[in-house]
Design a protein around this ligand. Structure first.
Ligand SMILES: *[C@@H]1O[C@H](CO)[C@@H](O)[C@H](O)[C@H]1NC(C)=O
Ligand SMILES: *[C@@H]1O[C@H](CO)[C@@H](O)[C@H](O)[C@H]1NC(C)=O
Length: 466
């Protein structure tokens, strides 16, 4: 038994190394990844192990919960070609603490961690949750990533104090405060007995807020209690999803600017919707968004002078209403000049004629863009356009395509004319190419969402790639 225990870390070390060597995960915790560290703190004390007959049945439920949780820890795509990656480890405790396994990269170390959890033999004595939390904190700090914000303890305990409840490691409140101080978030699960203690910590949320309703980020909170009435509920899929979703929302990733590159000269037009339905406040938001994009395009152009990148920003509304007018419209390479042109743009606030706007831009490209330049148009539209039919939109889009223009569409909100959007993106009324649509259509729920996070990076990168 002892020999097996001594071997285990070595085996796990081997798994860890093997996981790092896998070609699909060459950078286990590289800068571009966003690592999240989780440590399970599992109560196998008497109150859990011996509460129900057959003894140990609840411990088995805790083990199953942990294993299913571990199964949930899959790499997830997170903006900008980055992955959310997981490190997980576990300990169990009663009046002593045993490390089941230190932090290990998932999913490479998953099977090893799960079988170590399976192999746990419960101690069935006192409940020293404070000591266990402190040990878990130690594990989170010595292992895993350098990103302090993304460290979580999942404490599974009913916290049932034994008679003459002792807290030999300074007490639960002290342990939770230490976690807070270190920026580690504590989730306590099945904390029926100790939820008051978690609640007691100044600044923590009320139980109705923290018991898993709503997935508000737990930023700044010392701990989060995800209270379940009984151990069986731990195994509900929805609950597991909730906890992982909560961590996913809460996690912080360092700002990372995805570089964009152009493989050839490029002329890019950003065509803003200036019709009345947008509203002037939202129009200002799209102007800010357009400037962010333009800045990235023009910066990318500067790093490689062989590939000139030029940008124009145009606003459209009803028939014949496009600004700047053709005589003063030009592609620019100077961001300062472009930004002040955008700032000076007044909201037209009239009808919507997307076909006429497409015709305007097509003529502009024919006159102002050379054959060598890639021609990309980023069009704001919800597909609503007065008097337009799919056939008429198809004609206007195909005309633009014949001029070599590749169209990208940004759709804001839910009042969307879907058939029109599909034609705008593909130039075809008959069929919709889903894969093409994915790379050429961007949807956001609101105008504010345009400015959120790195959405502008995603859009600019796809427009640059074409
Ligand atoms: C999961 O969270 C949602 C709210 O986001 C809540 O309505 C639901 O009850 C939760 N489910 C479980 C099993 O906790
Ligand atoms: C860019 O434009 C600004 C303002 O229009 C001007 O002051 C600046 O000299 C220009 N920069 C370059 C490199 O041409």
């Amino acid at each position: 038994m002892r020999a097996a225990r001594a071997l285990l870390p070595l085996l796990l070390q081997a798994c860890w190394t093997a996981a790092q060597d896998e070609p699909e995960t060459p950078r286990a915790v590289a800068f571009q990844d966003c690592p999240v560290d989780l440590f399970f703190v599992l109560d196998t004390s008497e109150s859990v192990a011996l509460r129900l007959k057959p003894y140990g049945a609840l411990v088995d439920k805790v083990k199953s919960f942990t294993k299913r949780f571990i199964d949930n820890l899959r790499d997830r795509y997170y903006r900008c070609d980055r992955n959310l990656v997981w490190n997980a480890g576990a300990l169990h405790y009663s009046d002593e603490v045993e490390i089941i396994q230190g932090l290990t990269r998932m999913p490479g170390g998953r099977d090893a961690l799960k079988s170590s959890v399976d192999a746990v033999k419960y101690f069935g004595k006192g409940t020293y949750t404070d000591c266990a939390i402190k040990k878990g904190l130690e594990q989170l700090l010595v292992g895993g990533s350098h990103l302090k914000e993304n460290k979580y303890l999942i404490v599974v305990t009913d916290g049932h104090p034994l008679e003459g409840y002792k807290e030999p490691c300074g007490g639960l409140e002290d342990a939770v405060n230490e976690a807070k101080h270190l920026g580690v978030k504590v989730f306590s699960v099945v904390s029926v007995g100790i939820k008051d203690v978690f609640d007691f910590i100044p600044g923590s949320d009320q139980l109705n807020v923290i018991s898993c309703q709503g997935l508000a980020p737990s930023q700044g909170r010392p701990g989060l209690s995800l209270v379940k009435e009984n151990y069986a509920e731990l195994l509900e899929d929805a609950f597991l999803k909730n906890v992982t979703a909560q961590i996913c929302i809460d996690k912080k990733c360092p700002d990372y600017t995805c570089p964009i590159t152009f493989s050839s000269p490029a002329d890019i037009t950003i065509l803003l919707d200036g019709s009345a339905s947008v509203g002037s406040h939202n129009f200002d938001t799209t102007k800010r968004f357009a400037k962010r994009l333009a800045e990235r395009f023009l910066t990318a152009g500067r790093t490689d002078p062989a590939h000139d990148v030029r940008v124009a920003v145009v606003q459209y509304s009803g028939t014949g209403q496009q600004r700047p007018e053709r005589a003063s419209l030009q592609f620019l390479q100077n961001y300062t000049a472009l930004a002040s042109a955008v700032d000076a743009m007044d909201f037209i606030n009239d009808a919507t004629d997307v076909n006429d706007a497409l015709g305007y831009v097509t003529r502009f490209y024919r006159e102002a863009s050379s054959g060598a330049a890639k021609k990309r148009l980023l069009l704001f539209s919800d597909g609503n356009s007065q008097g337009a039919t799919p056939a008429a939109i198809e004609k206007a889009v195909q005309e633009a395509q014949r001029a070599g223009i590749e169209i990208f569409v940004v759709v804001v909100g839910r009042q969307v004319n879907e058939p029109h959007i599909r034609v705008l993106v593909t130039g075809k009324t008959a069929e919709y190419d889903v894969a093409y649509g994915e790379s050429h259509l961007f949807r956001v729920p609101s105008y504010q969402a345009l400015l959120r996070g790195v959405f502008h990076q995603t859009v600019s990168r796809k427009v640059a790639l074409g």
